[in-house]
Unconditional design. Structure first.
Length: 223
């Protein structure tokens, strides 16, 4: 399984994110950038404005110096976290065997710190794949004006580049108005937790709050 740009894709649904990821072992998952670009290019509120689970990982924890940070990662060879989603045994241990904590997958501190070390790495398309920001800069979860949302680290980390962030905001405003919801949970544990990010139906919400036990729908291509 890998994250790819796509021309045609199949919807893969699972009663839980873990079920869907297991099915996706035989597929390549469409990148979040691809879905976002399709939304930007769209002239009507069609297929790509439905809700989808993305491969984006939102991880929350502490740096080696004890600072609380949020890390947004687009899986790829460059970002170095593909193995977290590609390994069926890891998914089963974390999800099926009830090792979730508050709906998130616990990460080893070494893994979390390795993600932090990849901050600002880009792919060949100049998409930023890893964004590390101080927790204090995230403010509160919820609805906000799309103009202000463009500057939020959660929004910017999902978009990957300035051009996409601005174009997506303009298209969202045209279709849905001036407000958008950026939803994320606070990690109240003393160890790193990770969740996948959703692009919700209609683009109303960009969410990193969902439990890994919740339903999922990926866009995927058979390998």
């Amino acid at each position: 399984m890998q994250e790819v740009y796509f021309e045609k894709a199949t919807e893969i649904y699972g009663e839980s994110i873990c079920d869907a990821l297991t099915i996706c072992q035989d597929y390549s998952i469409a990148s979040a950038f691809s879905i976002l670009d399709r939304r930007i290019q769209s002239t009507v509120r069609g297929k790509y404005w439905k809700w989808y689970t993305t491969p984006i990982l939102l991880a929350q924890g502490k740096t080696k110096n004890g600072n609380d940070v949020h890390v947004l990662v687009h899986p790829s060879k460059e970002s170095g976290i593909g193995h977290l989603l590609e390994n069926p045994d890891y998914v089963e241990r974390a999800c099926v065997q009830s090792r979730l904590v508050d709906g998130g997958i616990p990460l080893a501190r070494e893994t979390f710190h390795a993600l932090i070390s990849r901050d600002a790495v880009e792919d060949k398309y100049k998409n930023r794949l890893v964004s590390v920001t101080d927790k204090k800069l995230w403010e509160s979860s919820g609805k906000r004006d799309i103009t202000n949302a463009v500057q939020h680290p959660f929004y910017r980390g999902i978009m990957g580049k300035e051009y996409r962030a601005e174009k997506y905001a303009a298209k969202h405003k045209r279709f849905f108005g001036k407000e958008i919801s950026l939803l994320f949970k606070e990690n109240k544990t003393d160890f790193p937790l990770a969740r996948l990010v959703f692009l919700y139906e209609g683009g109303i919400q960009l969410a990193g709050v969902c439990s890994m036990n919740g339903s999922a729908r990926f866009l995927a291509i058979e390998e």
